[in-house]
Design a protein around this ligand. Structure first.
Ligand SMILES: Cc1cc2nc3c(=O)[nH]c(=O)nc-3n(C[C@H](O)[C@H](O)[C@H](O)COP(=O)(O)OP(=O)(O)OC[C@H]3O[C@@H](n4cnc5c(N)ncnc54)[C@H](O)[C@@H]3O)c2cc1C
Length: 361
């Protein structure tokens, strides 16, 4: 009977990070389970370049020091010299994390359950196989919950005629007016004729692919782009509720990634936070670490209740962007904002609806 040092459940970015950042030694024998063909997954992860992300700078596909937030009538531009907006692709992250001196055995199998036996765990998969490991890193998480908001999106990587995009400026949020849902376009130009254009919605239900495609086409038409070549698509769902599991009652079970509380619920940003989480887990002997500070988590909760109960069309985000500079904006998005920035954020929000949201579900 072979007992591995660790079992990683799920080879998303957090499971991969455990392999690279915690089990980097030659003698580390790790087993990982993934129930999809994770080599086919590819999408981009955006984040602002915080100090803890600097060691991964060489993996970045592109950085933008300028970004904008707006709608058809107003556009707020931000510039930040030291903390640009960046993206890393999943396949770059996967290759980086699997390029390790340790021994990792990858099983494309679904884990059904695991439980402690003596000083290790027995792991049982759907096809009734049994494996054994000293520690468990579990990244399985729920993406939907009844009556809760989700962030859902569909994006296309396109190539257009020459000189259609300003490659140095990312469009973080271009809001459109919709009935009873919040919608914006997220556009990342990689060059003058290549970009990712994504339609993103905050609501309770996913929409048809055509719905997002129509919004993308409309946005491109306003840029005088009617013809483009489609290279790749990306789609996804990110919970806007806490998908965090209670901390495990066994010291050798680690909930990681979104399951471990890495997602900033108000924005869906999780990638850089889950890396922070794994780096913190490496340094402690606890099985739980906190990557979001208490005040910002509480602010996020009120904001989500506001989004659930009031019809927001993007004005609050635009107002927020107007009242903050690039440095303050990225510091809030990355959970690093000062007290003064937090006060500016609270002041940017519609007062009565926010006060009412404190008392709502
Ligand atoms: C398309 C997309 C784009 C995103 N873009 C950004 C972004 O720009 N910036 C950002 O910060 N965040 C982004 N996110 C949010 C977040 O970073 C991702 O959701 C990220 O993948 C979360 O990583 P994770 O490791 O917690 O979970 P996951 O990536 O969900 O990994 C969990 C893995 O476990 C596997 N699994 C589940 N159940 C089992 C089982 N029983 N047995 C074996 N394996 C199992 C799943 O197949 C999955 O691969 C994006 C999310 C998506 C989906």
């Amino acid at each position: 009977m072979k007992i591995y040092k660790a079992a990683i459940i799920g080879l998303g970015p957090s499971g991969l990070a455990v392999n690279k950042l915690i089990y980097g030694k030659k003698e580390d024998e790790v087993i990982a389970f993934e129930n999809t063909n994770f080599k086919n997954r590819n999408n981009l992860f955006g984040f602002w370049l915080t100090d803890w992300m600097k060691p991964f700078e060489k993996l970045i596909k592109k950085k933008w020091h300028n970004w904008s937030i707006g709608n058809d009538f107003i556009k707020i531009n931000h510039y930040e010299k030291n903390y640009p907006y960046c993206v890393i692709s999943f396949d770059t992250w996967r290759e980086y994390c699997l390029d390790n001196p340790n021994k990792i055995e990858i099983k494309i199998e679904k884990v059904l359950r695991y439980y402690p036996v003596k000083n290790y765990f027995k792991i049982i998969t759907e096809d009734k196989r049994e494996y054994f490991a000293e520690k468990i890193y579990d990244s399985r998480s729920i993406k939907h919950k009844n009556n809760e908001l989700i962030q859902h999106f569909f994006g296309i990587n396109i190539t257009t005629e020459d000189n259609k995009f300003h490659e140095n400026e990312a469009t973080l949020m271009h809001f459109t007016q919709e009935e009873s849902m919040l919608h914006f376009i997220y556009a990342l130009p990689f060059s003058h004729n290549k970009a990712l254009i994504e339609s993103t919605v905050f609501s309770k239900e996913i929409l048809t692919e055509n719905w997002y495609r129509n919004k993308i086409d409309k946005f491109l038409k306003n840029l005088n782009i009617t013809k483009y070549e489609e290279n790749e698509i990306e789609r996804g769902v990110i919970p806007m509720f806490s998908a965090e599991e209670k901390s495990a009652n066994h010291p050798n079970i680690f909930n990681i990634g979104i399951r471990g509380g890495a997602c900033k619920t108000s924005t869906g940003y999780a990638f850089s936070f889950l890396i922070k989480q794994i780096l913190l887990l490496k340094k402690t002997n606890k099985n739980k670490v906190y990557v979001h500070n208490f005040i910002e988590t509480e602010m996020d909760k009120i904001f989500i209740k506001y989004l659930k109960n009031f019809n927001e069309n993007g004005k609050s985000f635009i107002n927020l962007a107007k009242n903050l500079n690039g440095y303050e904006f990225q510091s809030f998005m990355m959970g690093q904002s000062s007290l003064l920035t937090k006060i500016k954020i609270i002041n940017s929000m519609p007062k009565m609806p926010f006060i009412m949201s404190i008392f709502k579900n």
